[in-house]
Design a protein. Sequence first.
Length: 305
Amino acid sequence: MAVFDLFSKRQRRLRGEVPDVYVYDSIPEAFRVQCVQILQDAIGPTGTYSKNATQNWELIHDTLAREYGEFQLASGRTHEEAATRFFLDERDHEKALDFIELAFRCVDKLCRDAGYRHHASPKVSVDDALEELNARFREHGIGYQYESGELIRIDSQLMHAEAVKPALHLLRAKQFAGANAEYLRAFEHYRHGRFEEALADCLKAFESVMKAICHKRGWSYTEADTAKRLIEICFANGLIPSYLQSEFASLRTTLESGVPTVRNKQSGHGTGTTPRSVPLHLASYVLHLTASSMLLLAEADAQLP
């Protein structure tokens, strides 16, 4: 269902009452209600003739209940009622996000099949449901988006749109499966404030993209090669065309001293006698730098014959 630009929304914008900074630890009630409505439209009505829809709600409820060590998430005559009541009432914002991620992953993975759509009769397509979810996140100023089966934290909408999202799209290719898993894991660490771990997985993803390109192209490399060595191999084999390499002289420096150096200085070694704390803004910078770097390399690879 489309997101309508109501009169009241326009008036709030004119009064400056819309969020201009993302929040991460508050899930408003109106947003929760909208999430439930999107899910109901995308999964379809439950009942005697909608066995598939009923099974999906059972899967969502039982998965969360088991992970939390509960027999039932909340009171309700059906799994749908219990799961939605839990989500609407839950004060722990991370558990609310658990519900959103799991429920919409269920929609993403299980509700696309033509047979499912025939029997469950959902009101909206999966893609429309996911698009509305992300629009509602933005509308409420909540700093998360659903991408590639997971909720990822975003700090800059421009960087997310121009670097992170295209990078995730490219990483869906089978050859980049390892890098995709590592980059998504970096986002998961970032979301939970584990910034050192986020930096470490950013470097792993960056290196994995280069190794995947080297493997695809038959360029000689070893699994032990560092980012610096892999960059040398990619440049030596013309990943960046020779006629552009002079213009990309600073790019090589950026790639060599960007993600690898930040990671090495901040999280690659022991802390010694002084505890170390990676600041959020540095972790955010590395996530975006990694996305831009991987996007550049993958797109350059796609242009090679």
